[in-house]
Ligand binder design. Structure first.
Ligand code: ZN
Length: 427
């Protein structure tokens, strides 16, 4: 009995020591080059010292390699801040596998949460260390629960910042098309007028990190997208959220709904695929950022039969190309948000490739996916840059992403705080 007790104690002690060692020893990451999240040029002959889950210093490798520091060789690779996607849906999976309606109406919340766990692991391994998740799409506050599981270390995944249920106008949003006497759950929470204040507060109370509002829906007389809320209604949501320290973002595709959302005070516009020069000029003036979700537009077009580079661009793709050029011309703050979930989780970098294809420089796109996205999350003092004092959420990619954006498809090292989640862990 005594012997068993002693060996259990020994196991506990050695187990504890091993964990403490791998978590507490400083690491020196020595790559070929560093993209720091901001600079136009890669930084050469530099290494990053990580201590206690944070970046302790950036400098010459020889000066930082002191006794007890573990050297991690990243030769041939570019070290950069972990990628950030500002528009994800971890509770959805590609619509060509299961339609959105069937996911909302037929999949249990348990199934959706378990799928989210798989999606999150894949996303982290693809180099994404933060996601802003834009609505649970009919799964209540399951996104809040998933975020809590991540925070407790129950499952691996990126940091998750969640919207909760999201707000839609009564009569808009789906699933739609059922007989009057059949009640189906909606993909978001309806509210109007003064009730928007109560619903905003209720969503905050249930754990929403920010508020998402749908400023339009395909409910025009011919099924076209038309605005939902008035400017005043949007403003009441924004002000209610703001007084609790939270911001609001808007799904908006038409110029008029974008205009109302901008004047109502939202911080980012999602989709905006038919935005005009005037609207983008207004966004520039008000400092409102745009998440174009190009990958989702191309994915949906492909599900509808479009073969890229074979058939002519469908209307949706022509629209988003035109809007993208207009937004670049106007100098709008571009965020990187893909609407992943419409397409495969882990394929988030597709958005960044398309941003380059549609006319942005590699440098501008990399900045969007790191330091600019961090700023839009109000976390610019902690993530999105390689800088002393910042959190050690770092990735290394094979090659030089400033030359070739598809280098982001070759993530061979991911560090999350003190844990190496992809690549060789320190001894
Ligand atoms: Zn979305």
């Amino acid at each position: 009995m005594m012997r068993i007790c002693i060996s259990i104690i020994l196991i506990l002690i050695s187990g504890y020591t091993a964990t403490a060692q791998s978590n507490s020893r400083d690491m020196l990451l020595v790559p070929d080059a560093i993209f720091d999240g901001v600079s136009k040029k890669l930084i050469r002959n530099s290494a990053v010292l990580v201590s206690d889950g944070k970046i302790a210093a950036v400098g010459a490798p020889e000066s930082l390699l002191t006794d007890g520091v573990i050297r991690i060789d990243l030769s041939g690779k570019t070290l950069m801040p972990g990628l950030i996607d500002l528009h994800s849906h971890v509770l959805l999976h590609p619509y060509d596998e299961t339609s959105w309606n069937d996911q909302v109406l037929k999949e249990s919340w348990a199934e959706r949460a378990l799928r989210a766990g798989k999606h999150l692991k894949r996303t982290l391994e693809a180099g994404y260390t933060t996601l802003r998740d834009l609505g649970s799409e009919g799964a209540g506050y399951v996104d809040v629960g998933v975020r809590q599981a991540l925070e407790k270390g129950v499952i691996p995944g990126p940091r998750l910042i969640v919207a909760g249920k999201a707000i839609v106008a009564t009569g808009s949003y789906g699933p739609k098309g059922f007989a009057e006497n059949v009640s189906v759950p909606l993909g978001a929470e309806p509210a109007d007028g003064v009730d928007l204040i109560r619903v905003t507060r209720d969503q905050i109370g249930h754990g929403a990190d920010f508020i998402k509002v749908y400023a339009d829906y395909r409910w025009g007389p011919n099924g076209e997208a038309m605005p939902t809320f008035s400017i005043e209604e949007i403003r009441s949501i924004v002000e209610t959220a703001r007084s609790s320290g939270r911001y609001t973002v808007a799904h908006a595709t038409t110029p008029e709904s974008m205009r109302r959302a901008i004047l109502g005070g939202v911080e980012t516009i999602e989709h905006g695929s038919t935005g005009t020069r005037e609207i983008f000029a207004l966004m520039k003036e008000k400092g409102v950022a745009w998440c174009p979700t190009l990958a989702a537009g191309e994915a949906i077009s492909q599900y509808q039969g479009w073969q890229k580079d074979v058939g002519p661009d469908p209307q949706r793709v022509r629209d988003q190309k035109q809007a993208f050029a207009a937004a670049l011309d106007a100098g709008v703050i571009m965020c990187a948000g893909s609407d992943v979930g419409v397409f495969d989780h882990g394929d988030n970098a597709w958005e960044l490739e398309l941003m380059v294809e549609y006319g942005m420089s590699n440098h501008a796109v990399l900045k969007s996916a790191t330091s600019i996205n961090a700023e839009l999350l109000h976390m610019q003092d902690r993530i999105g840059q390689i800088k002393a004092g910042y959190l050690a959420e770092l990735i290394a990619v094979d090659g030089d992403p400033l030359e070739d954006i598809s280098a982001l498809r070759h993530v061979s090292f991911v560090l999350q705080g003190s844990n190496v989640v992809v690549g060789d862990a320190p001894e």
